[in-house]
Write a protein of this length. Structure first.
Length: 335
């Protein structure tokens, strides 16, 4: 009869051989494959997982991956994106964790698709880019992007079922180069356009494209990395000029900060904004949208902040120690 300790050693060795390839995958601090760089991310609607788009320069050709993490930032699964498929801009959650909405670049056009993580297949929804998403993660506000920006066609699409359904569309003869927008409340929308003086406004419409309000933003100096967010009674525009707040009741605007912002996100209740600011290196800051109080969260190249659906956790990519970066999840609240 073999010695019990020897049997135990054999058993442990067998487990290591069988599951060795998975141990590294579940280590949140494990190094990424050579050439992988973590980029844009989103939470699943239940707040249980974080989906991260990854650029990969490993091997003989550039490709992308989708990596699925749990709440503790531990890697759950990694999916290779077929070569030739490239995600552009943000990725958006669907009602489950097996698919995402994304603008996919092919040739010279951008196509909004429901992308299936496991198979790499996709269902085309519309041409353009996602400007905003409803709180039920079913309806998309889609606008022009790339060569499609010449048309100025805006769409509201019910993308929650197997076959997308166009709910409304309209043509704006003067869309601006700010290819971003916001879903506002239950059914209103916001985006940038040129006014009759060829200056840029942020216009608010209903879901049929009927103008409800607008305010001048022509004083913004740059449109690169501009984002728009909605909170109770206010709209927020982040970018190179800082955080601009537009009060819907008083119809006045002010800057909450003039930090040079690259990426930002707003809490579900609109009480705070988290943003990455800087030029060559980036600091992560949380800003109270009511008081203007700020608190620095992290420094030295931290990017792509995204607040959880419950509003109490923050996910971001820390690239301070490695060019590939690692996902960090931490508790968050307004300062």
């Amino acid at each position: 009869m073999k010695h019990p300790s020897r049997l135990l050693s054999i058993f442990v060795l067998a487990l290591l051989i069988l599951f060795g390839g998975c141990i590294v995958e579940y280590n949140p601090n494990a190094g990424l494959p050579q050439g992988d760089q973590l980029q844009k991310l989103t939470w699943t609607p239940d707040g249980m997982k974080v989906i991260v788009q990854t650029d990969s320069f490993a091997g003989s050709a550039y490709m992308q991956r989708i990596r699925l993490f749990d709440q503790s930032a531990a890697l759950v699964q990694s999916f290779d994106v077929p070569i030739g498929v490239a995600f552009q801009g943000d990725i958006w959650p669907t009602a489950d964790d097996s698919t995402i909405f994304a603008s996919i670049y092919t040739g010279s056009l951008y196509t909004v698709s429901r992308y299936f993580l496991a198979s790499g297949s996709r269902t085309a929804i519309a041409g353009g880019a996602v400007y905003g998403e409803s709180v039920d993660h079913r309806h998309l506000f889609i606008g022009p992007s790339g060569y499609q920006s010449q048309s100025g066609k805006y769409l509201v699409v019910d993308a929650g079922s197997e076959k997308p359904r166009l709910e409304s569309s309209w043509l704006d003869v003067a869309p601006s180069q700010y290819t971003t927008g916001a879903w506002i409340g239950a059914s209103n929308l916001g985006y940038f356009r040129y006014n009759s003086f060829n200056l840029v406004d942020f216009v608010i419409t209903d879901s049929l494209g009927t103008k409800l309000d607008s305010f001048d933003v022509s004083f913004l100096t740059q449109y690169y990395n501009t984002q728009a967010f909605h909170g109770p009674g206010a709209l927020y525009i982040t970018g190179r000029d800082g955080v601009l707040k537009y009060d819907s009741a008083s119809r006045t605007h002010s800057f909450l900060t003039t930090d040079n912002i690259s990426q930002a996100d707003i809490s579900p209740d609109g009480s705070f904004i988290v943003y990455a600011a800087g030029l060559s290196t980036y600091t992560l800051t949380v800003l109270n949208t009511k008081t203007g109080a700020t608190k620095q969260l992290a420094s030295n190249y931290v990017v792509y902040p995204k607040i959880s659906p419950s509003g109490d956790h923050l996910a971001y990519i820390d690239k301070s120690g490695t060019s590939g970066g690692k996902l960090v999840v931490m508790p968050i609240s307004a300062p």
